[in-house]
Design a protein. Structure first.
Length: 273
């Protein structure tokens, strides 16, 4: 017998993003529960905090500033200094602002940056990632140009943060140079008893895990050592994430673009399976 409703969605994004996704899915009639598998916080290392302040002050000296995620934008333009910093960014009229996808664009717009200053893949792009972004912004880079990449740092902290090595190589090949700064820290969350129970139940009850990060898959496996995921189903928003889920043992892994409409439609289609 076919179920009359879509399966429950397990949203694994960081807590702030997960809460919004759960609310939006529930408004569409899809049962959803938040199980954040990536912890997000402001950088705590003194050297990283100092480097972040220096990067903010140097904003106008870059040809472009790339924000790897909405969290990068949120913590770079942190609330207690957002207005002054946003005005400084707006005054840097020769500095473009790059975003890999619509979530980052939304965070930048919320921080006060004008849409005309932001470059991002189009809404119909096959993926929202560095590769898709580079297709849009490559003509901007000339020899001698400097680009700042604002990203997260895994804990323990790595100088300048982690990620976007591919984009760095493309910029270098075009004659530009890249600086990095960490605006926030990413780490494995500590799942409480209720969250662990939810995760173990969802591994075999037909729920659909929404996976938007390979790091989240690794954190799940570490939090539930020995857990059998052979009956678990996942929806991954990038081929690399899908591969991580299959490696972790998920039996059914579907791929879709990370837009809300496509994620929701993919969940709804699974009620027939």
């Amino acid at each position: 017998m076919l179920s009359s409703a879509p399966p429950r969605a397990i949203v694994t994004r960081p807590a702030r993003d997960a809460a919004q996704w759960v609310a939006d899915l529930q408004a569409r009639g899809i049962a959803a529960a938040a199980l954040p598998l990536i912890g997000i916080a402001a950088v705590s290392d003194a050297a990283l905090r100092e480097a972040l302040q220096e990067a903010r002050a140097a904003f106008a000296g870059y040809r472009a500033v790339m924000f790897v995620s909405g969290n990068a934008a949120q913590y770079f333009f942190e609330q207690n200094q957002s207005e002054a910093l946003t005005h400084q960014a707006q005054d840097a009229i020769n500095t473009r602002v790059w975003a890999p996808g619509p979530g980052t664009v939304a965070a930048l717009r919320q921080a006060g940056l004008a849409a005309a200053r932001i470059d991002a893949p189009g809404p119909d792009a096959a993926q929202f990632d560095s590769e898709a972004l580079w297709q849009v912004v490559a003509p901007q880079i000339a020899p001698g140009d400097r680009v700042l990449i604002v990203r997260g740092s895994n804990t323990p902290a790595a100088e300048g943060g982690n990620g976007r090595e591919w984009l760095t190589r493309q910029i270098a090949a075009a004659g530009g140079s890249v600086d990095f700064v960490a605006a926030y820290e990413r780490g494995a969350p500590q799942l409480d008893a209720a969250q662990q129970a939810l995760a173990r139940q969802a591994a075999g009850d037909g729920s659909v895990w929404l996976l938007s990060s390979s790091e989240a898959v690794a954190h799940l496996a570490a939090a539930l050592p020995g857990q059998d995921f052979s009956r678990a189903r996942a929806l991954a928003t990038h081929p690399r994430i899908a591969e991580a889920a299959r490696t972790a043992g998920f039996s059914l892994v579907l791929e879709c673009r990370p837009s809300f409409a496509e994620v929701a439609a993919s969940i709804e289609s699974l009620h027939e399976h």
